[in-house]
Write a protein that binds this ligand. Structure first.
Ligand SMILES: Cc1ncc(COP(=O)(O)O)c(C=O)c1O
Length: 393
């Protein structure tokens, strides 16, 4: 990959050391152009004029197809969503819950996993069982702990594929297999994986998988996709519906539900320029070598960052070590510093855009293909200086 050329196409990389793709990624120029040109064209021509209306009608199938190809599934299994959280909620609220049913999750989830689970508990009286995971846990330990939590009342395991706090990459295929052997379904929070690692949801034997367009995919905010395996679609009930949820309906009371359609969750109008931005974002990633090339870049860069940080007195990396459970997220602590003031100091001193995370608390660097070796070295250097100085009194 010609990193210098790629960086020139991502304007934000010229302005700061951008290490926060796991929150929201900086869009490349072709993505920005696709969105801006579409907004301008649509509004200059008139949004419902026949040529624009026709182009807009074609946008949804196109983006569904783009996500499907990217994720190794079929377009009929893709629902277009506003973000990851939206997709997770569509599944959890679409299932039928009885008091005493159980949902298993882990102690490393984002609020977008915990709060919908707690909401089901408050609403239906289900039990939420939380499994503890450590950064050094290997594949067998992780699968074993989740398996041990399953009871005859367990309906679903809800977990992130990559944990947003420590960056732990979960052995999803093993988890899916183990869960399916006991008749339990798995709902995956893919907020940190779309555009970070190669994904083949069919080969991973997934049931449900939700992800965003705006993080590692580098597309616009307000976009995302939910995968529901074809045979599971009819049993999920959409909580909010539009005519997309009907095969037929009329004004005399007739309604034939489109129960097997992934579009039944989608409401009426959508933001077409943003959808075109997603297509441009997927095209961009494919154009620079696709997911293997992206993954190879962050693997090399994170290894370098870990090595540099390991030489700084007072710094501890809380992410898993390089290996099958490591990802592009590297989280660390600095003795004497709380994560938030450290994040502020990194921005104030050197325009490092990075974030603090809880459980376990730390500063998280999201390392993507567009970051550079020099940035890894500079980050470790600034951290070393701040570690020595300590926070201002
Ligand atoms: C693991 C995880 N889940 C969910 C979310 C929320 O994502 P979204 O804004 O796509 O709903 C995030 C955001 O950082 C996340 O890291």
């Amino acid at each position: 990959m010609d990193v210098a050329a790629v960086r020139k196409l991502i304007p934000a990389t010229q302005k700061s050391m951008y290490l926060n793709t796991g929150w929201s990624g900086p869009s490349p120029q072709p993505v920005i152009d696709a969105i801006v040109n579409a907004v301008r064209h649509e509004n200059e021509e008139g949004p419902t004029t026949p040529p624009i209306a026709e182009a807009n009608r074609a946008a949804k199938p196109k983006v569904r197809e783009a996500y499907a190809q990217f994720l190794g599934v079929t377009p009929e299994e893709i629902t277009l969503t506003g973000n990851t959280t939206h997709g997770l909620n569509l599944v959890l609220s679409g299932m039928t819950w009885r008091e005493g049913d159980e949902l298993i999750t882990t102690d490393l989830e984002h609020g977008s996993g915990f709060v919908p689970a707690y909401n089901l508990r408050a609403r239906y009286g289900i039990n939420v069982r939380i499994v503890s995971l450590g950064a050094l846990d290997g594949v067998d330990t992780i699968v074993g702990r989740l398996k041990a939590a399953i009871t005859p009342r367990t309906r679903v395991i809800l977990l992130s594929h990559i944990m947003y706090t420590t960056g732990l990459l979960m052995p999803l295929h093993d988890i899916n297999r183990m869960a399916h052997e006991t008749g339990v379904q798995v709902l995956v929070d893919g907020a940190q994986t779309f555009g970070q690692i190669p994904l083949d949801l069919d080969a991973l034997e997934c049931d449900y998988y939700a992800g965003p367009g705006h993080k590692w995919l580098l597309g616009p905010e307000g976009t995302g996709a939910l995968y529901v395996r074809r045979d599971l679609l009819p049993s999920l009930q959409p909580a909010a519906v539009s005519s997309h949820a009907a095969l037929n309906w009329d004004n005399a009371g007739h309604f034939e539900p489109a129960s097997g359609s992934s579009e039944k969750f989608e409401l009426t109008s959508s933001n077409v320029p943003m959808l075109l931005g997603v297509i441009a974002a997927i095209d961009f990633l494919q154009g620079i070598g696709g997911m293997p090339a992206v993954q190879q870049r962050w693997q090399g860069l994170t290894e370098r960052l870990r090595q540099r940080l390991s030489t700084v007195p007072g710094v501890a990396v809380t992410s898993p070590p390089t290996g099958p459970t490591a990802s592009g997220l590297v989280t660390f602590t600095v003795a004497g510093w709380e994560p938030r003031p450290l994040v502020t100091a990194l921005w104030d001193r050197e325009k490092v855009c990075i974030r603090a995370v809880p459980f376990p608390a730390g500063v998280r660097a999201s390392v993507d293909f567009f970051n550079t070796e020099d940035e890894m070295d500079r980050l470790a250097g600034i951290v070393a200086t701040l570690a020595k100085e300590g926070p201002a009194a």
